[in-house]
Design a protein around this ligand. Structure first.
Ligand code: TMP
Length: 210
């Protein structure tokens, strides 16, 4: 039986550079002859990609915080059961652009559902399934939003929330990382992509010995 793969998530606010870093990390791991699956949330399985459209497009008040959370968890349950878990079991390393911490921070804190409610729902949907390593890319909300807006995607529902919302996101990711230092590492996301990638790689080597 193959040795189980490792599960790495990237987290951060809008425009933190997660997608770029996730791709660069995939390349570095492949250079070490690891089989790698790069995926994202919401999405990553056909059903979850359908749900993604409901969540990231449209008006900010399209969903109540509770309904929104349940949709994220429905997408995640499908993604984990059909894509992530089988890949890990086959020995593939999985990199996800966002995972559970985004739900704690966006829905629990910034949207105001509460951390306890998210914890209860998350446990019901996923049990204690969690990443082996979470890399939080930290940028100021202003710098991140400038990058996100420049990207010009139509998937901008969460970008439209006010500045206070985006400050809550940053504080939320930093406090989760402080509470779970074993699993999380915070990296400065404002440096050049190459230098952030070097930090990402150093952290992965230290923590997971790929
Ligand atoms: P992305 O822009 O990083 O692809 O993520 C899509 C949006 O969905 C982003 O604005 C963050 C938001 N999101 C949540 O609000 N909760 C979640 O659990 C996840 C995974 C994403």
């Amino acid at each position: 039986m193959a040795e189980r793969g490792k599960f790495i998530s990237f987290e951060g606010g809008e425009g933190a550079g997660k997608s770029t870093q996730a791709r660069l990390l995939r390349t570095s791991l492949e250079e070490r002859s690891r089989a790698v699956l790069l995926t994202r949330e919401p999405g990553g399985s056909p059903g979850a990609e359908e749900i993604r459209k409901l969540l990231v497009e449209g008006a900010t008040d399209r969903w109540t915080p509770l309904a929104e959370t349940l949709l994220f968890l429905a997408a995640r349950a499908d993604h984990v059961a059909r894509v992530i878990e089988p890949a890990l079991a086959a020995g593939t390393w999985v990199i996800s652009d966002r995972f559970s911490d985004s739900t704690f921070v966006y829905q629990g804190l910034a949207r105001g559902l509460g951390m306890d409610a998210v914890r209860t729902l998350q446990r019901a949907a996923l049990g204690d399934f969690a990443p082996d390593l979470t890399l939080v890319l930290d940028v100021s909300p202003r710098a991140g939003l400038e990058r996100a807006v420049a990207r010009g995607a139509h998937e901008n529902r969460f970008e439209q929330f006010d500045a206070a919302f985006h400050h809550r996101l940053r504080d939320g990711f930093l406090s989760i990382a402080a509470e779970e230092p074993q699993r999380c590492a915070v990296l400065d996301g404002t440096a050049s992509a190459e230098s952030v990638a070097a930090n990402v790689w150093r952290t992965v080597v230290e923590r997971l010995a790929p």
